[in-house]
Design a protein around this ligand. Structure first.
Ligand code: HEC
Length: 112
């Protein structure tokens, strides 16, 4: 059981790297997930409403936010849905997403 858990933790980032965030089918699915679970607060096209503008948010932003923050309750999504929402949000502001990915990569390199 312990080993299975460790395997899952190790294998998750590897899986995440294989996701094609530009896949139109994934983006379309992400838009549905966004509409169902996020739009009430983050507004149409994620431009903000009761919550902030989150266009361009990347997967790490999404996984962090759905665990819950000071002002955002946790949101339970099925496996694959966080990736889809991230793909949708990234598609709305690809330039912002690109910068976020670059900064994340730099931070990860710096922490090694
Ligand atoms: C009940 C309202 C509500 C819902 C539903 C909600 N959020 Fe949020 N979210 C917020 C608020 C308010 C904030 C800003 C305050 C904070 O970060 O604690 C926030 C912050 C965020 C942030 C961080 C923004 C930043 O400043 O970096 C992300 C990313 C995010 N939400 C994604 C999502 C996603 C994806 C969903 C749907 C799966 C979702 N949220 C659903 C209210 C909501």
């Amino acid at each position: 059981m312990k080993y299975a858990l460790i395997f899952t933790l190790l294998s998750t980032p590897a899986l995440a790297q294989e996701v094609d965030f530009t896949d139109p089918a994934l983006i379309g699915f992400g838009e549905e997930v966004f509409t169902d679970f996020c739009m009430a607060c983050h507004g149409e096209e994620a431009l903000g409403g009761n919550g902030p503008d989150i266009q361009g948010a990347i997967l790490s932003d999404v996984t962090q936010a759905i665990r819950g923050t000071d002002q955002m309750d946790p949101v339970e999504l099925y496996e694959g849905e966080p990736e889809a929402v991230a793909a949708y949000l990234m598609s709305l502001a690809p330039k912002v997403a690109e910068i976020k990915l670059r900064l994340l990569a730099e931070r990860q390199q710096g922490s090694k």
